[in-house]
Design a protein around this ligand. Structure first.
Ligand SMILES: [Mg+2]
Length: 412
């Protein structure tokens, strides 16, 4: 029988093809999530597509040192990429789709020691409470960590479990991340149905509400125009021969609110240093041409990433020092979340998420924090911020806790 699946088995040879393949799994998965949530049968072609995508990734040649897979960067040069996230998430999705939720739980229990007891403990601690809102970080918190943003496509099981919680348990669910919102951001890797979550990117300085309407922290229109011109010029620079790779390696191109990031190197130093340095100078020249008197932008070079930062907020504390706690305050007002009216459930995994806990606790003292981390210093920081805290080892434990709570549902 000819394979009619939209995705065939074809290992990606170039980075561009790899990104393209993962983007197609997003389309397939978004469709599956909708069908799954509606209790409908999943289209067999879609399941085959997802299986073929996994087989394509697994058939990619291993690197010589066997620490990853080899993909062409440009011309003859090859780059080693870690595909752990992409492959293991497809495996989990196929377990769910072909064998069901119990089988997926069993699979997860084989991956994580103490999985079941952590889930039971979390459900028991949170079930008695009705939450006004879920305010959660994404990467490392409710989504397993992936080194590349744009291939960290949200899995089917993850989207189903989070959507069920959002619908059954809280009036408002907010995903709040430091990553960009769109144009290569949060919404481009999410597979949940529209309206399940508010998506807030750039540390919460811009968002899409549950109706899909865009909003942002106040910004001067002239400054916004400068950012638009900068991003257009960077797009043209990346379109030049030999430059495409800078949008694909490491951090890639990230258009955040008030700040644009472009990679010039990755952690494995895939790009020769002289070429990387030349690219840095080209970006510096581009910014100097747009902003000859250095009134609008400041460049920070980390050696791997070039950060071009709008300087407007440096005076008067606007954009620069904005943290995720400021974001909570801003979003509560902009979106009418009513965080003072009831406790929030705040989820995170790193220190930069702790200000969300403090801000929600200040709004309502009954707010709870759940952090997915094994790092003791982060756990200590959370415990010092609130007594209503709970810790799990990994994002999969947290999403299963939320899924179990959704079955008890209707407390919001
Ligand atoms: Mg995180």
């Amino acid at each position: 029988m000819p394979d009619t699946a939209a995705i065939e088995i074809r290992p990606p040879e170039t980075l561009r093809e790899f990104y393209g393949l993962m983007a197609r799994t997003r389309e397939v998965r978004a469709r599956m999530v909708e069908q799954y949530l509606a209790g409908a049968d999943i289209a067999p072609d879609d399941i085959r597509s997802l299986r073929n995508a996994g087989a394509s990734l697994e058939a990619t040649p291993r690197s010589k040192t066997d620490d990853g897979y080899e993909i062409v960067l440009d011309g003859e040069r090859r780059i080693t990429v870690d595909l752990t996230y992409e492959i293991s998430e497809i495996v989990k999705d196929l377990v769910l789709l072909e064998r069901g939720e119990d089988a997926l739980y069993e699979h997860l229990a084989t991956l994580y020691p103490g999985f079941t007891s952590q889930v039971d403990k979390g459900v028991a601690a949170l079930a008695p409470h009705a939450f006004r809102a879920l305010v959660t970080d994404r990467d490392g918190t409710v989504n397993n960590y992936c080194g590349r943003y744009l291939t960290s496509i949200q899995s089917v099981y993850n989207a189903v479990f989070l959507t069920r919680f959002a619908r059954a348990c809280v009036p408002h669910a907010v995903m709040l991340t430091s990553a960009p919102l769109r144009d290569g951001g949060l919404v481009d890797i999410a597979t949940m149905p529209r309206g399940a979550f508010v998506y807030a990117g750039s540390k919460g300085r811009e968002y899409l509400d549950q109706g899909g309407t865009y909003g942002s922290y106040p910004i001067d229109p002239a400054q916004q125009q400068m950012i638009t011109r900068l991003n257009t010029a960077l797009g043209e620079l990346l379109a030049r021969p030999g430059h495409e790779k800078f949008g694909l390696i490491g951090s890639g191109l990230q258009k955040k609110f008030g700040q644009t990031t472009i990679a010039r190197q990755d952690i494995t130093h895939s790009v020769p240093e002289d070429e990387s340095r030349t690219f840095l100078h080209e970006v510096e020249d581009l910014v100097a041409a747009l902003d000859p008197r250095e009134q609008h932008f400041r460049i920070e070079d980390t050696g791997l990433d070039i950060e071009i930062i709008l300087t407007v907020g440096d005076r008067g504390g606007g954009l620069k020092d904005f943290d995720k706690g400021d974001a909570v305050v801003f979003l509560d007002e902009a979106l009418d979340l009513g965080l003072a009216e009831g406790p929030a459930l705040v989820c995170g995994d790193t220190s930069s998420d702790v200000p969300m806990v403090a801000a929600c606790a200040a709004k309502n003292a009954g707010s709870h924090a759940v952090f997915a981390t094994v790092k003791q210093d982060v756990r200590d920081r959370v415990s010092r911020t609130t007594s209503r805290s709970l810790f799990v080892d990994t994002p999969d434990v947290l999403v299963v806790i939320l899924h179990e709570l959704s079955k008890q549902g209707g407390n919001g």
